[in-house]
Structure formats: structure tokens, C-alpha cells
Write a protein that binds this ligand. Structure first.
Ligand code: FE2
Ligand code: FE2
Length: 365
């Protein structure tokens, strides 16, 4: 279920209210049309356009941006000044499916977006959308982590508890495939990865018969597991070529950094701390940061490590193609000294099924 919505904006308009409204219902991504970098936006099912329609140079910029981004034909709703015939005509020239007066009324804006796109109309008919709730609250977590960690402020635990609960609900009600489809198209690897790992951890724990409370605790830890990466320079995390050994050393500090961030917060339970600190430890003692071995590594950590490695292998990065689910399972089996093979075997049918189904959904989309 693709809930992505584009917001095409300029810097002239105050769109704060529009953003807040749309984020409650869609996986909203905003692109300023004045930016030099133009991404490929052709896959989006719908867009809202909030630009000053009275400025000729902006209209030209808008046309050229849409051409380059491949989003000319995407169904679009334009924001127009109330009572401005000129804006309405201009929007029609730019192929608007609908217009909404500024300041945008929540109900009218949602109706316009849904009516403009068959895809969203079908989506809204399906009642409460747990996947959307989960994907939105996951995005909120990412924003909160980035801003809190960089400014040294404590992490608001309630935001993460709520998000973990939303992920559990989404998978309980709609299944892992629907949840993963909803987040799979997001451009941010950090977001995709933490949500992917949290979703697969929930599916794995359910598969093994864990109770609700334990599942929620594991999902919370999985959601937070790479929190320390907020302190790693972005140029290393987003590097388009393989890391040098020295750079790898820096990235590896994220497990200890994450642990320190949560420990100094004083607000997190021991399992979350363990999952964050130990998810790169291997049973034979060759992992990091402490080289723990054997019984020192508890079952939830062993499970998370498997899901984390698998998820990284099957996802795409700028420097590597996604590995096939079968290839990723072979890789897990090749790590027999490092990973718990009983858990790898238990995970196999789940990983193969979900990721293979997910690939066929993506190809069909
Ligand atoms: Fe990690
Ligand atoms: Fe990870």
C-alpha cells in the first residue's frame, strides 16, 4: 500500500499547516522546486502543489522541474488564493486535478487529494490505516532522534513507545508484507532500515510465539538499534563507495554511542540498552564493541542481529544492489560461528516469504 504523497513547494508560501495536516494521513515528502538537484519523482501516486501561481518565473521553474523529475502526469492538487480567478486558471493550465483555497481547510484538502487520485480514494475507503500510522510515527522518531541527539537533548521516550506500538498494530492487523510495502519506497535508508528491522523483528517474534509485552519491547529495541548513527558523520553513512578500514572503525562506534545516549538518558529499560549495545556482537566473540561471546549474548539480541544483517543485505544502497532473499539466507548460513543457527533456521521461511512477496509487489507497482 503506497501512501507516499509529494509536496512541491517554493520558499514563498507558508505551508506549515498543510504539512501538518497531510502528515497525519500520508507519507509526505516535500521538494522545493527551486532546488538544483532534481530527483526522480515519477513513482509517486499523488502530489500537492503549494507555489505562488502569480510569479511567472516560478511557473517556468515549476514546469521545468516537473519535466526533469518525471512527475508531469502525477495527479495534483493546487493550493490557490481564495477568490483568485487567475490562480485557478493558472492551476488548470498546469494540469491541476483540483484546487483548494488557502488557508486550506483540513477536510477539503483531504477530499481533494483523495478525489484527484484513484489510488488514494481506494486507500481511504479501507478504514483506519495502521500502516500509515506506523510509517508516520516512524518518521517522527527519525526526526526526533536527529534533532535531539545532535542538540544533546533527552529522547522523548513516549514518542518511541508509541511508534513501537503502531508497528506492532500494523503487523498484527495487516501483516508484515503490507507494512514493509508501505515503507519500502521511502528515500531515506536510515528510515527504511530501522523500520524494516523493527517490522521483521515483530514478525519474527510473533512467529516464535512471543507474548505481546515482549514483542513490543523487542520492537522498541529494534526501532532504536542504530540510534548511535545519529552521531556518525552523514558523509560516512551516505558514502557511495565502500568504506575504508578507518571509516569502518568510525561507523562501528555507533553501537557504543547509542548505548551511551540511552544510558545517559536514564529512561530506557535494560533490554533496549542491550539491543542497542550488542546487536553487532557475534557468538564466537568476533563482533563489536566488546567481543562478547556465547551465553553472554541473550536470545533477543541474537534474533535482532539476524534480522539486522538480513535486512541490510536485501535493501538497496547507492554502492550495492539488493541481494536476493535466497542469497541473503545463504550469507546468514555462512556466518555459522557468528549467528545462532537455530534462530537462522527459524527465520528462514519468514524472511524468504515476506521479502520475495515484497519484491513481486514492487515490480508490479
Ligand atoms: Fe548497527
Ligand atoms: Fe542496523
Amino acid at each position: 500500500m503506497d501512501t507516499r504523497l509529494l509536496l512541491l513547494s517554493d520558499f514563498e508560501e507558508d505551508l506549515q499547516h498543510v504539512r501538518q495536516t497531510l502528515r497525519k494521513f500520508f507519507l509526505l515528502t516535500e521538494y522545493p522546486i527551486t532546488a538544483d538537484n532534481v530527483p526522480d519523482l515519477s513513482g509517486y501516486p499523488g502530489a500537492v502543489v503549494g507555489i505562488d501561481l502569480k510569479k511567472r518565473d516560478l511557473l517556468e521553474q515549476y514546469r521545468s522541474y516537473c519535466e526533469k523529475a518525471g512527475c508531469v502526469e502525477i495527479p495534483k492538487v493546487f493550493l490557490v488564493d481564495r477568490g483568485s480567478r487567475q490562480d485557478v486558471v493558472q492551476a488548470a493550465t498546469l494540469k491541476a486535478r483540483a484546487t483548494v483555497d488557502r488557508p486550506a481547510d483540513t477536510r477539503k484538502l483531504l477530499d481533494a487529494v483523495c478525489n484527484a487520485s484513484d489510488h488514494f480514494r481506494a486507500l481511504m475507503r479501507n478504514g483506519p490505516n495502521h500502516c500509515l500510522e506506523a510509517s508516520q510515527s516512524g518518521l517522527e522518531c527519525l526526526h526526533v532522534i536527529t534533532s535531539a541527539v545532535q542538540s544533546g537533548l533527552p529522547l522523548p521516550r513516549a514518542v518511541f513507545d508509541r511508534s513501537a506500538q503502531h508497528i506492532c498494530n500494523a503487523i498484527q492487523h495487516g501483516g508484515a508484507l503490507e507494512f514493509l510495502s508501505a515503507i519500502n519506497g521511502h528515500h531515506s535508508y536510515s528510515y527504511r532500515h530501522s523500520m524494516h528491522v523493527a517490522g521483521l523483528t515483530m514478525a519474527f517474534a510473533t512467529h516464535l510465539g512471543f507474548g505481546d509485552r515482549d514483542k513490543t519491547r523487542m520492537v522498541l529495541g529494534a526501532l532504536m538499534h542504530d540510534v548511535g548513527k545519529a552521531r556518525i558523520p552523514l558523509e560516512l553513512l551516505d558514502k557511495e563507495t565502500p568504506l575504508t578500514p578507518e571509516e569502518q572503525g568510525i561507523v562501528r562506534t555507533h553501537a557504543s554511542l547509542g548505548y551511551e545516549i540511552l544510558k545517559s538518558d536514564g529512561n530506557w529499560d535494560p533490554l533496549t540498552l542491550k539491543l542497542v549495545h550488542e546487536h553487532h556482537e557475534y557468538l564466537n566473540g568476533t563482533g563489536y564493541p566488546r567481543g562478547l561471546a556465547g551465553e553472554a549474548i541473550c536470545d533477543p539480541v541474537r534474533m535482532l542481529t539476524i534480522v539486522d544483517v538480513f535486512s541490510a543485505l536485501v535493501d538497496k544502497r547507492s554502492y550495492k544492489d539488493p541481494m536476493s532473499p535466497r542469497g541473503a539466507m545463504q550469507m546468514l548460513y555462512s556466518m555459522s560461528g557468528c549467528l545462532d543457527m537455530d534462530f537462522v533456521r527459524a527465520f528462514e521461511p519468514l524472511g524468504l516469504k515476506i521479502i520475495e512477496d515484497l519484491k513481486s509487489v514492487d515490480l508490479a507497482a
